[in-house]
Design a protein around this ligand. Structure first.
Ligand code: ATP
Ligand code: MN
Length: 462
């Protein structure tokens, strides 16, 4: 018989039929005569109830059915007389795939702390919370591809290993096959990278943007969606050393088009979650963050505030507030400033534009004022920066000038510069941190709890 997913059975009205399910036991209760098993197979947050007549099954089989055990059950789908479910399964046969030792299984009780669950990341997907988060994470990944595909964007695979160290977005992880206990050296004691695998220094990518631009200047509109790596020692609830980023890059978009796309994209994803992940969101609203669904709807129903960095700094200076990091024009905004703007001042998502060029990357289009660049950051409640982007500098001389000013390795960027020589075009793009999006959608408070196996300083278990 064909196995059915529990999600499908729970919405089925075809009672009286023989069905076959497999899954893990969440709870078992009952009496000497009858046993009720809540079975979950991960297809939905809801369990299906298995009813086993104790006289039909061997006693030691029933004894071995404990929380965490894995079962295959055939039985008759019947209308449930109990509360909380429409249908249940009256078991005809039960096969025990895997026992689960009640003494040592760490997921016995409810209400484990998030910190403890992080230590058992191999098992935490079996909890309601992590099941919900991971299903939503999947749905968002799917929706991202759907959104861009429907708009005619092409998914471009940019390299994970890069040979350019020029982006300045963060510290990089080296990629090498050199023997670290016996590093070959040049005469001047620098590392002899000509003996390394690629014959030069290489790193894990911090962003696919530069290569993404090459795609946009040929295919028109592209996006990347892949892992990125930052060896920054940021022990915050918003930073991971390995995270996933979505980076659309579009020819012929100016900064306003870029902002319009970012807002439309985020709203599409929120709407998609509300329409397709309802049960998981309701669970998270109840158990993790009260008011979550209202907050998502609120963001959907309101236009994002758009203003310049300079205007925002004025607001922050006038704010009656003692900042941990004092604010002045020219300084980068800290999380406390960003969160003040979105959570207290405007109480809405905010897009800030036209940042001082000194605090932004070399590739951003310079404004005529000589001081600012056409950058945009999208700031979200509870998160701070969720998107960072800009219109790109398309002028060869200005781009080269900036590269020289900042002492960036011009020779490593020859290919990037050539696009500005051969049919350059105005273009823009941005990067959305996938996990920050998932933090927002799920209401989880730590970014380590929205990725299956988080990588953070001093932590690469699993
Ligand atoms: P922050 O100032 O918060 O560190 P950033 O300015 O370094 O962010 P960008 O380089 O613009 O961020 O990266 C684009 C997006 O990637 C950010 O808006 C954010 O959503 C996400 N992001 C950046 N760094 C991390 C990280 N360490 N972990 C998870 N997501 C990140
Ligand atoms: Mn950063």
């Amino acid at each position: 018989m064909e196995r059915k997913k529990i999600k499908e059975l729970l919405s089925s009205h075809k009672t009286g039929k023989e069905v076959f399910v497999k899954g893990w036991v969440r709870t078992k209760r009952g009496s000497k005569n009858i046993v009720f098993i809540a079975l979950n197979d991960g297809s939905t947050i809801n369990n299906i109830q298995i009813v086993a007549d104790a006289s039909v099954f061997k006693e030691d089989l029933l004894r071995d059915i404990t929380t965490g055990a894995c079962l295959a059950v055939t039985g008759t789908l019947i209308e449930s007389v109990g509360q909380g479910q429409n249908v249940e399964i009256k078991a005809n046969s039960i096969e025990l795939y895997g026992k689960c030792d009640a003494e040592t299984y760490p997921l016995q009780k409810k209400g484990h702390s998030m910190e403890f669950l992080r230590e058992i990341a191999h098992l935490r997907p079996r909890t309601n919370t992590f099941g919900a988060v991971l299903r939503i994470r999947h749905a968002m990944a799917f929706a991202i591809h759907k959104y861009f595909n429907d708009k005619g964007f092409f998914y471009l695979h940019t390299p994970i290993i890069t040979g350019s160290d020029a982006e300045g977005a963060g510290e990089m992880f080296h990629v090498t096959t050199l023997d670290l206990t016996n590093i070959p050296l040049n005469e001047d004691k620098t590392v002899k990278f000509t003996e390394d695998f690629f014959g030069k220094p290489t790193n894990l990518t911090v962003s696919g943007q530069l290569e993404g631009e090459l795609g946009a200047l040929a295919l028109g509109e592209i996006y990347t969606f892949g892992p990125t790596f930052r060896a920054e020692n940021s022990n915050t609830p918003r930073h991971l050393a390995e995270f996933w980023m979505i980076e659309p890059e579009m020819a012929f978009y100016d900064l306003r088009d870029n902002m319009d796309l970012a807002e439309d994209f985020l709203k599409y994803l929120i709407r998609y979650a509300l329409e397709n992940c309802r049960e998981d969101l309701e669970f998270l609203d109840k158990m993790i963050q009260k008011g979550l669904i209202d907050r998502l709807n609120f963001v959907l129903g309101n236009e994002f505030i758009r203003m310049t960095y300079s205007e925002a700094v004025d607001i922050l200076i006038k704010a009656d507030r003692k900042w941990e990091y004092p604010i002045a024009w020219g300084k980068d905004l800290q999380a406390e400033h960003e969160r003040y703007l979105v959570e207290e001042h405007f109480r809405k998502p905010v897009i800030l534009t036209d940042y001082p060029k000194a605090i932004k990357a070399f590739y951003m289009k310079q404004n005529d004022d000589g001081k600012t660049v056409r950058a945009m950051d999208v700031l979200f409640p509870g998160i701070g920066e969720i998107i960072g982007g800009s219109q790109r500098e398309e002028d060869y001389e200005r781009l080269l000038g900036r590269i020289k000013e900042l002492n960036l390795p011009e020779k490593d960027l020859w290919w990037y510069l050539e696009t500005r020589k051969f049919g350059t075009a105005p273009h823009s793009g941005f990067g959305l941190g996938f996990e920050r999006l998932i933090v927002f959608i799920t209401g989880m408070s730590n970014i380590r709890d929205v990725i299956p196996f988080p990588r953070t300083p001093k932590n690469a278990e699993f």
